[in-house]
Design a protein around this ligand. Structure first.
Ligand SMILES: NC(=O)c1ccc[n+]([C@@H]2O[C@H](COP(=O)([O-])OP(=O)(O)OC[C@H]3O[C@@H](n4cnc5c(N)ncnc54)[C@H](OP(=O)(O)O)[C@@H]3O)[C@@H](O)[C@H]2O)c1
Length: 253
C-alpha cells in the first residue's frame, strides 16, 4: 500500500504490538512508504517473519523483543530504535489487550494487565521517546485508543478505563508540545477491526457478543487502520491530525 511512494524516506518509526493485527499492518505500510521500522512485541518469531517480509520487499526493519509492561524493557526498546540510525521520528503506541469482563466477575490480574499494557506501556514509551524527539526538533506520537475511549459499554469497564486514559494522556501531551511546533500527536480510535484482539477475552459471554458483532457486519482490517495512520504521519509538518475516529460503515455503537 503506497499513498505517496517513499514519503517517509530517512524516517525511523517504532511500532509496538507489531507482531499481529493493526501493528503488523502499520509497520508494513510505514516501511512500504520508506520508513525504517523498529518492530516491538513479545512474540519474537512473528516479528522476525514480519521483518523478513519487509526486507524482501526492499524495506528496512529491526526486531526489538519487548514486554511493554516492563519499564526497563520499554526504555531499552526506545534506546535501541534510536541508536540504529540516530533518529526516532514516529512512535506508534499500539500494543494492547482487551480482557472484557463485568466488574463483578473480573479477575483483578486482568485489570492490572490492561492498565499496564494499554496505558502505562504507552505512557512510558512516550516518556522515553519525547526527549529524543525534542532534541531532534520533530517527532510524531501516534496512540491507539478505540471507540471505547469515547463510549463506555457494560462489560468493558476496565478496557474503557484504559482507553479513556489514553485519550486524556494524548490530549494533555498535545497541549504540552505545542510550544515545539514540530512535535505532533495523533489519537487513533477504531471501531471493530478483525484481529486477534478478541481471542484473549476471558468471559465466554463477552467473547460471543464480540464475535457475533464481527460476523454481523463487515469489520475493518488492520490495513484500514494502517492507512489512517499513514494519512496522519504524511501530512506537512504544520498539520497535526489530532484524532481519527474510524468505524466500520455498518457499526452502530
Ligand atoms: N481490533 C479491534 O477491534 C480494535 C478496536 C479498537 C482499538 N484497538 C486497539 O488496537 C491495538 C492493536 O490491537 P489489534 O486489534 O491489532 O490486536 P492484536 O492483533 O491482538 O495485537 C495486539 C498486539 O499487542 C501486543 N502486546 C500485547 N501485550 C503486550 C505486551 N505485554 N508487550 C508488548 N506487546 C504486547 C501483541 O504482541 P505480543 O502478544 O507478541 O506481545 C500484539 O502485537 C490495541 O491497542 C487495541 O486496543 C483494536
Amino acid at each position: 500500500m503506497s499513498v505517496v511512494p517513499n514519503e517517509l524516506t530517512d524516517q525511523v518509526a517504532l511500532v509496538t504490538g507489531a507482531s499481529s493485527g493493526i501493528g503488523e499492518a502499520t509497520a508494513e505500510a510505514l516501511a512500504a512508504n520508506g520508513a525504517s521500522v523498529a518492530l516491538a512485541a513479545r512474540r519474537e518469531d512473528e516479528l522476525a517473519e514480519l521483518a523478513d517480509r519487509i526486507e524482501s520487499d526492499g524495506g528496512d526493519a529491526l526486531v526489538i523483543p519487548t514486554d511493554v509492561t516492563d519499564e526497563s524493557q520499554v526504555e531499552t526498546m526506545v534506546e535501541t530504535a534510536h541508536e540504529e540510525s540516530g533518529r526516532l521520528d514516529i512512535l506508534v503506541n499500539n500494543a494492547g489487550v482487551m480482557l472484557l469482563e463485568r466488574v463483578e466477575d473480573a479477575d483483578t490480574g486482568d485489570f492490572r494487565q490492561m492498565a499496564e499494557v494499554n496505558l502505562l506501556g504507552l505512557m512510558n514509551a512516550t516518556h522515553a521517546a519525547l526527549p529524543i524527539m525534542q532534541d531532534q526538533g520533530e517527532g510524531h506520537v501516534v496512540n491507539l485508543s478505540s471507540v471505547a475511549g469515547r463510549k463506555a459499554y457494560a462489560g468493558s469497564s476496565a478496557y474503557n478505563a484504559t482507553k479513556f486514559g489514553v485519550n486524556g494522556f494524548t490530549e494533555a501531551l498535545r497541549q504540552e508540545v505545542t510550544d515545539n511546533s514540530r512535535i505532533r500527536t495523533t489519537l487513533i480510535e477504531p471501531g471493530a477491526v478483525d484481529t486477534e484482539l478478541p481471542d484473549h477475552i476471558p468471559s465466554n459471554d463477552q467473547q460471543e457478543q464480540i464475535q457475533g458483532m464481527m460476523e454481523s457486519i463487515a469489520p475493518l482490517t488492520g490495513e484500514d487502520i494502517a492507512r489512517s495512520i499513514l494519512y496522519a504521519v504524511t501530512q506537512p509538518p504544520h498539520v497535526d491530525v489530532n484524532e481519527i475516529l474510524i468505524r466500520p460503515t455498518e457499526q452502530e455503537l
